[in-house]
Design a protein around this ligand. Structure first.
Ligand SMILES: *[C@@H]1O[C@H](CO)[C@@H](O)[C@H](O)[C@H]1NC(C)=O
Ligand SMILES: *[C@@H]1O[C@H](CO)[C@@H](O)[C@H](O)[C@H]1NC(C)=O
Ligand SMILES: *[C@@H]1O[C@H](CO)[C@@H](O)[C@H](O)[C@H]1NC(C)=O
Ligand SMILES: *[C@@H]1O[C@H](CO)[C@@H](O)[C@H](O)[C@H]1NC(C)=O
Ligand SMILES: *[C@@H]1O[C@H](CO)[C@@H](O)[C@H](O)[C@H]1NC(C)=O
Length: 350
């Protein structure tokens, strides 16, 4: 490990609440994409000058191929602004340090997707009608220097399925029409992947997996740590399980090009019609009650959003799915209760 990586490893250990950071060799998004044969890529276009929120909305609506052509939530909270941290780029960044960055505002005392932050769904279509079975999104992110993490919040990731009400916001996934894999920050900036996917094959009892009351599944909380006042790079890899009844799906997360999460044995979908459709920009404080609210008006910033895609799903081995997917009831109880209910449902289905 280089001294630089070592310093970062040390920092994560200091900053993450439950550090289980796994050091590994540096891997850039393009290299990961090449390793999985993802020959197609696209970058979301940024303007050359800063823009007001309404001009920003127009730029995004006209140029970022949005689902339903619109920004779902928080259009007033988006603006292209000057880089707030020009002297603190992500490690190894080859970025355009002079261009504007996308700012998202979280107003004081807000939480939840309707009042805090912003949401939109970028649909990335192939030109030949084929589907994406493996997708990577890489972007750079920064948090205000004085960002109060409170209990946590959502951060952008990858989404599949065109159902805008399923697979986020408290509508659990059965894998038949959607999935989502976003990131979250938690207390003290601890990072995780937050997935709406089926919980088959005892997923909730696996190491580092937390199935909580707001329906998403936390993967490896604290395996990396966000740091305020500087840029970081995240690279999220989603390899869909195939066939749909085999749990061989894979989600990986690289933080500043170091692999922090490699979750295997996932059933991300239960129908082959569900594919990876694009970048899900979804960020807000929460959580669904005021204990998640931000006390101050704060911001996050984004740039260099790049997607890579390919038509080959995961080729890992995995078990055949042997239990019913989680029902909505699951999230209301404890994971243990969920397991019991899951078992009862499985028996009923047999
Ligand atoms: C799985 O895919 C990877 C990446 O495309 C490839 O390197 C590897 O050889 C494949 N493994 C099998 C068992 O086919
Ligand atoms: C880089 O910044 C310049 C000037 O600010 C802008 O014109 C250009 O589009 C940017 N390039 C990318 C790839 O974002
Ligand atoms: C991409 O595909 C989706 C779903 O079929 C469609 O709604 C959207 O308009 C397409 N976008 C573009 C730019 O073709
Ligand atoms: C959208 O997804 C939710 C939750 O998965 C499901 O209950 C609902 O029926 C879906 N709607 C459509 C139109 O597919
Ligand atoms: C769940 O989805 C339904 C539509 O299928 C929607 O009306 C409802 O608001 C969603 N629930 C939450 C908590 O977002």
């Amino acid at each position: 490990m280089s001294s630089r990586s070592y310093t970062r490893y040390f920092l994560y250990t200091l900053l993450a609440t439950t550090p289980v950071y796994v050091a590994s060799q540096q891997t850039a998004a393009a290299q990961v994409a090449a390793a999985y044969g993802l020959t197609t890529s696209t970058s979301l276009p940024f303007p050359s000058a800063t823009q007001s929120p309404s001009d920003t909305d127009n730029t995004i609506m006209n140029g970022w191929s949005l689902g339903k052509g619109r920004i779902q939530d928080g259009d007033a909270n988006l603006a292209f602004v000057a880089d707030p941290f020009p002297n603190n780029p992500a490690p190894g960044s080859s970025t355009n340090a002079t261009g504007p960055v996308l700012q998202t505002t979280y107003n004081a005392n807000t939480f939840g997707s309707e009042d805090s932050g912003a949401q939109f769904y970028n649909l990335w279509n192939t030109s030949d009608g084929s589907t994406f079975q493996t997708m990577i999104v890489s972007y750079e992110i920064a948090f205000d220097q004085d960002f109060d993490w409170v209990k946590g919040g959502k951060l952008p990731g990858i989404r599949g399925g065109l159902n805008s009400t399923g697979c986020s916001g408290g509508n659990a996934s059965n894998g038949k029409d959607c999935f989502s894999t976003r990131l979250m920050w938690r207390k003290n900036g601890a990072g995780e992947v937050y997935a709406y996917i089926p919980t088959t094959n005892g997923l909730c009892s696996q190491s580092g997996v937390v199935c909580n009351s707001d329906f998403g599944i936390s993967l490896q909380r604290g395996s990396f740590g966000f740091v305020s006042g500087q840029w970081s790079r995240v690279t999220l890899v989603v390899r869909l399980n195939n066939p749909p009844n085999v749990a061989n799906g894979n989600v990986q997360l690289y933080f500043n090009d170091l692999k922090a999460i490699d979750q295997q044995g996932l059933q991300i979908r239960s129908a082959s019609s569900v594919t990876a459709n694009g970048f899900y920009f979804s960020t807000f404080f929460g959580g669904s009650d005021s204990s998640w609210a931000t006390p101050n008006t704060v911001h996050t910033y984004y740039r260099n959003i790049v997607l890579y895609g390919g038509s080959a799903p995961s080729n890992l081995t995995g078990p055949v799915v042997n239990g019913a997917g989680r029902t909505a009831t699951f999230g209301l109880g404890t994971p243990l209760l969920g397991l019991v209910l899951g078992g009862v449902v499985s028996l009923m289905l047999l």
